[in-house]
Write a protein that binds this ligand. Structure first.
Ligand SMILES: C[S@@+](CC[C@H](N)C(=O)[O-])C[C@H]1O[C@@H](n2cnc3c(N)ncnc32)[C@H](O)[C@@H]1O
Length: 236
């Protein structure tokens, strides 16, 4: 279904929420809003699937409709792996459960901060940390580090702020143009931007890397970048 959530002028823009209206159009919304999403998800699935081996457990935190969960399952055909998708939005978990019937997948409605990832060989945070209160980000990563299996791999994709202000602006204005090329009007782009202002707070790459280190992770490798989007492999 086509995303028209911000098509008409709203008298008052309320903070963006992952509600039923958004869940219904989410695949179209994210594909037309996040440059590189269509590369980020399958390659995350591929890397995660290889790291899982033939009996590993993966957690897809903030799984939405399960796109990344599905990408992992599709790249690993062994019967004993498990992928647990976690999201606190009811409509997202309901949609994921309806769309993905693979018995190796489980979907749970839960806050990711309350999720025990003990023994996980892979944890994925795909475009999720940016929606977590900045004050809770380090604590969440420390908890994941503590609970993951030794040798575990955390994969984190985020919108990032470029350290260089000029480049950040260039990528940002290019992103707006890209959204318009994808069929969003200027009004849709600006209303969505206002709605996201208080709920999506982004960090620089350097801030991410330093936070992974402080949380206890050994090494970070940035495997992907497309304008202001980046993805990191973070080794426990
Ligand atoms: C941009 S979407 C993630 C996209 C998804 N990972 C994918 O690959 O298609 C962000 C998701 O994170 C979820 N989320 C945000 N904060 C959360 C929290 N504290 N606990 C659980 N889920 C959360 C939202 O409900 C939303 O579905």
């Amino acid at each position: 279904m086509r995303d028209q959530v911000y098509r008409d002028a709203h008298n008052q823009i309320v903070d963006f929420a992952f509600n039923a209206e958004v869940a219904a159009v989410f695949p179209d919304m994210i594909r037309r809003s996040v440059p590189g999403y269509e590369t980020m998800v399958p390659v995350t699935g591929l890397i995660a699937a290889r790291h899982l081996g033939d009996d590993g457990v993966a957690f897809d935190l903030g799984c939405s409709l399960g796109a990344t969960t599905l990408a992992i399952l599709q790249q690993n055909s062994t019967p004993n792996i498990r992928v647990v998708g976690i999201d606190n939005a009811e409509a997202m978990i309901a949609g994921a459960q309806q769309a993905i019937s693979d018995p190796r997948a489980t979907f749970v409605r839960q806050d990711l901060r309350d999720t025990d990832v003990s023994g996980a060989r892979v944890v994925v945070l795909n475009l999720v940390l940016q929606f977590v209160d900045p004050a809770h980000r380090l604590g969440l990563l420390q908890q994941i580090h503590e609970q993951m299996a030794p040798g575990g791999l955390l994969i984190v994709s985020e919108k990032v702020r470029h350290d260089d202000a000029w480049l950040h602006e260039l990528y940002d204005s290019s992103h707006l143009a890209w959204k318009q090329a994808n069929g969003y009007s200027e009004l849709e782009v600006s209303q969505k931007r206002t709605a996201l202002e208080n709920v999506m707070r982004i960090d620089t790459e350097a801030e991410h890397v330093e936070r992974f280190r402080t949380a206890g992770f050994q090494r970070t490798e940035q495997w992907y970048r497309c304008m202001n989007w980046a993805s990191f492999l973070v080794y426990r």
